[in-house]
Design a protein around this ligand. Sequence first.
Ligand code: ATP
Length: 337
Amino acid sequence: MNKTIAVIPGDGIGPEIMAVTLRVLDALDCGLNYDFVAAGMAAMETCGDLLPKATLEKIAEHKVALKGPLTTPIGGGFSSINVALRRHFDLYANVRPVESFPATNARYDNVDIITVRENTEGAYLAEGQTMSEDGEVATALMRITQAGSSRIVRYAFELAMRKGRKKVTAVHKANILKTVSGLFLKIARNIAGQYPQIEFNEMIVDNACMQLVMHPEQFDVIVTTNLFGDILSDLCAGLIGGLGLAPGNNIGERAAIFEAVHGSAPDIAGQGVANPCALLLAASNMLDHLGMVHRGDALRRAIRDTMRHDHDGATPDLGGKGSTESFAAAIGRHIKL
Ligand code: ATP
């Protein structure tokens, strides 16, 4: 296969984890070409724009991007560059899988959950945000649509079918947010009826948090609205040992952007200790998306084998003594095609 993808190295630890991720992808012999484009602070410094038009055009052209974390400066005119990218390409499905890996400091070893988060509406509209002149009253608009809820719930059920998963849980707060969350739940129930092969259950978000912490093994695929999905997916990352192992896939009809869930981690940038696994796992999901599931599986297996057999070589966040470079090199050596 010969395919070009857009690559955004990103800010903070981004360039460090991207460099080693591309090296591992090369070791997988995927036939990928990289078209490097800038966004975030890196783009601001080189061309005075946080999200240059040329970057958007390249993503549109290649339809697939691998993205490092981006820093959105305070007062930069964007509430978030990531949100702006998702909105520009209508990347409505934010798919965040978490799976237990061996030899981490995680509390559980039996977690295998995919959170499917609606990515374009809900509390992230950034519309209708007002503050009264006396600073006493703040408001924001939350909007859920039938079309938006239908496509995300359908995406979750189709994903469950495709991946042989057994159950979809719709997480909501319809008892309090009767209109916005109520509409989402009503649509989830309707669509669930069209997939009798998949078990469906529903859970109020506060209970879902407690259940995830106490009995995570009961969850398989979670589908939920934007804000709840953001929070729950970080909670899920915590169940498996932290953000260093959590990839995020942003999927739309016109483009797909694969990234780590974590941010630019300015506190450890430049030290060579950032865990590259979240971006590597995002890259493995990108390979699946490009029809190279065999190579995606090989990469996931290599990460797992490295952690099992060479735990001391992992980065400090996982309890090891390795560096970004040495950990990624070990993963590269464990690749078996
Ligand atoms: P942002 O606002 O961009 O989300 P943040 O600092 O609030 O930035 P993260 O960048 O995700 O959030 O970092 C949260 C914590 O997790 C930090 O202590 C950071 O060092 C740590 N962290 C994040 N990513 C990694 C990684 N890949 N490897 C090791 N530690 C990480």
